[in-house]
Every structure is written in C-alpha cells, then in structure tokens.
Design a binder for this molecule. Structure first.
Ligand code: LHQ
Length: 257
C-alpha cells in the first residue's frame, strides 16, 4: 500500500491505494510506520518526500473499513495508535519532510500534509477538511496546525463549512508553500528534493526544530534556543564547508553532518 525508495539519502514515500484515493487503512498505517522506522534509523537520510499515487494525494481515513452500524465505535483508537504517532514522527524527523500534494487531499490527508515542512501542490489539487461532513473534529493535528498556518478565521471556515480550497487558495492562505502548474510539478518537486538532499542537513534539521519549538515558547526562549543551536551548528563540518566554499567561490559539497 506504499512504495518506499531511497537514492543518495533522498527517501520517497508514495501512498499507493489509488482506487481509494490513498486513504489510510490498517495495512497502510503499518507500512508507513515501518518506513518511518527505517528512515529514523538511517543516519545518512537527508530528506523525505511524501506523495500519492494516481489522481489523489490522500483522502484521510478509509471510511470503508469500519462498520458504523455494528455498535458503538471507539474512534480515539485511530488518533491514539495511528495518526498521532505519525504526525509526531514527521514533525520530529531531523531532516526536511517535503509533501507533494499530487491531487485531492481530504481529512487527515490535509492535516498530515500540514505537518510536513514544505508542502507543494499541483495547481489542480483540492483541499477539503471533510471531518465536519461526517460529524468529526479535525484530527492528525489539524486543530493545532490549521489556525497557526492559515489564521483562525480561515481555519474555522475551512473546517466548519467544509469548502474545498484550490491549491492557489491554499498557498495564498499559508496552508502550503506553493501551487505548481501540473505540467511542471514533477520536475519542480525533483528539484526541491535534489536541493535538500545536497544541503547541510544538520543545520536544516536544527532550523526545522527551532521553528517548530518556537510555537510553544516566547522570544526569550527562542533567542536562547538559537544561541545554543548556533553553537552546535558552528561545530558541524558542513558549516566549515559552507564558509570555505563561499570564500573559494565554488559549489559546497555538504555531507549532511
Ligand atoms: C474513499 C475515501 C475514503 C474510502 C474517497 N475512504 N474511500 C481518524 C480517526 C478515526 C476515525 C475517522 O477518521 C480519522 C481521520 C479522517 O481522515 S476522517 C475523514 C475521512 N475522509 C473523508 O471523509 C473524505 C471522504 N472523501 C471525500 O470527501 C471525497 O471522496 C474527496 C473530497 C476526497 C474526493 O472527491 P472526488 O474527487 O469527487 O472523488 P470521489 O468522491 O468520487 O472518490 C473517488 C473514489 O475514492 C470513490 O470510490 P468509487 O469506488 O466510487 O470510485 C470514493 O468512494 C473513494 N474514496 N475517499 N476516505
């Protein structure tokens, strides 16, 4: 239900249930878990790309895999066992996570994308919060990420009205980084991945963590964190390489360390 490849430290994870718009069932959660374990253990990992096969990115939970008429369901199990750990692991990965929204994203599919560090979408992609249409609250971090990314007015209307956003709107609202014309999408995603795979990964991972942690701290704590991280980054081989390459007017050769 997924395809995982790696070349030169660039991991590509493709959600692969295209006939169900890559919605999550138990099997897909298990395979994604295993993939993340593999990436977390790889000290040479430089970047992770998440995308979907076919015309959709991810339609959230597979609504076909539960019998809602068979008695009361405990819906906390999905977040507890599957979606919450997934979001925490994406946010916690010490490498950039790029989400290439290749088509429609709905429900948890939107919020998993919103948990990634750089999100691009094909111009034809659509975003739907979907949860409100079936009486649920946004999960997978949606109630946290959406107001922070889009502002509360947009997050509320997006959630409560369940209107579909175009990729252009999503970019204008700050939900994603940018919308890319469909015929340029593959090439531009590859260019982003190539750039990040050759980047000073330790510094990028530190910057990711600093920005993420700023959400729950004040200016003083952020300044202190930057100071401490700068100390660590300043000891990294890639810092030396970056400065030397700049002075020597050549392209740096970063190792990620
Ligand atoms: C699907 C799905 C789907 C199965 C499209 N499941 N088949 C966490 C914890 C606990 C419990 C519950 O949930 C969660 C997290 C969540 O994510 S809840 C929210 C779940 N997702 C949704 O409610 C989205 C439902 N889907 C839609 O609203 C639409 O399908 C979207 C907006 C994604 C796409 O619309 P269209 O482009 O018009 O495509 P479509 O509706 O025709 O769908 C294409 C096929 O994909 C279709 O199958 P079929 O056999 O008729 O071709 C759909 O049934 C299937 N599909 N989403 N979530």
């Amino acid at each position: 239900t997924i395809i995982l490849t790696v070349t030169d430290g660039a991991y590509r994870l493709t959600l692969n249930r295209p006939d169900k718009l890559n919605s999550f069932n138990a099997q897909m959660h298990e395979e994604v878990r295993d993939a993340l374990t593999c990436i977390e253990r790889d000290a040479d990992a430089r970047v992770l790309l998440i995308t979907g096969a076919g015309r959709g990115f991810c339609a959230g939970q597979d609504l076909g895999d539960r019998d809602v008429n068979a008695g009361p369901l405990d819906l906390s199990q999905g977040p507890q066992n599957d979606y919450n750990p997934l979001v925490r692991r994406l946010v916690g990965l010490p490498i950039p996570v790029v989400c290439a929204v290749n088509g429609v994203a709905a429900g948890a599919g939107v919020n998993i994308a919103a948990a990634c560090d750089i999100v691009v979408a094909t111009a034809s992609a659509k975003f739907a919060q979907a949860f409100s249409a079936i009486g649920l609250v946004p999960d997978s971090g949606g109630t946290y990420m959406l107001p922070r990314l889009m502002g509360q007015a947009r997050a509320m209307a997006f959630t409560l009205l369940n209107e579909r956003l175009t990729a252009e709107q999503a970019a204008a609202y700050g939900l994603i980084w940018k919308a890319i014309p469909d015929d340029e999408f593959g090439a531009e995603v590859e260019a982003i991945i190539a750039k990040l795979a050759a980047a000073p990964t330790f510094g990028l991972g530190s910057a990711k963590r600093a920005i993420r942690e700023s959400w729950s701290s004040d200016l003083d704590a952020s300044l202190d964190r930057e100071r401490d991280m700068q100390k660590q980054c300043g000891l990294s081989p890639d810092y030396r390489e970056g400065v030397n390459a700049f002075k020597e007017k050549r392209v740096p050769e970063f190792t990620g360390a």
